[in-house]
Design a protein around this ligand. Sequence first.
Ligand code: ZN
Length: 222
Amino acid sequence: MINAFLQLLYPKCCFACDQVLIRSENWICTRCRFELPSPGLFLEQPNWISHKLDGLIEYDRVHAYYVFSEGGKVQHLLHQIKYKGQERLGEYLGGCVGRSFSVKEYDLLIPMPLHPSRLKERGYNQAACVAKGIARASGIPISETHLLRTKQVSSLIGLNRAERYKTLEEVFEVLRPGELDGLRILLVDDTLTTGATFLAAGAKIKAASTGKLSFLALAALK
Ligand SMILES: [Zn+2]
């Protein structure tokens, strides 16, 4: 009764299209659930996403749950997670991803780290929210202590992949690399645009350990 009254006063809206949700809907409306563009998590490799990474790093697979374009609904959804404090939405979508994976496929999830000062400013790491949702649904363990971001860089917007990579090259550090040896690691981020962040962080992991590396983005830019 109270919930119904609150819903009338403060209706919950779809995080992708802003339409008011009906009572049985949560986070995302039914229409968006069917219509948001998705490449399917288990893409045949190579594909249009792997073309952003192929030949630049040794890796196993790349996955993406959504495809996004500038100004589209998926970008709106990502914006809520990254800039509007909706960390629980990130965990929820991570859960959707995690139900597709099982502990047999990966040994460890590593979320893309934020620099501590950025983490303090935002209050949470959006990639870690997604990874936590995956971990909870799949049972795959998660580590936020093996990969660190030790340098803060200014915005990468407007830079091409080579410029982004050069900026990010010395930003990440791997701790206790021996513990990653032989593991099937899934590096998780909220978005994959040029792939430069995955390349820079992935290169550090590959240089430090014999772990087998795969990538997962909640959404990849088409
Ligand atoms: Zn919607």
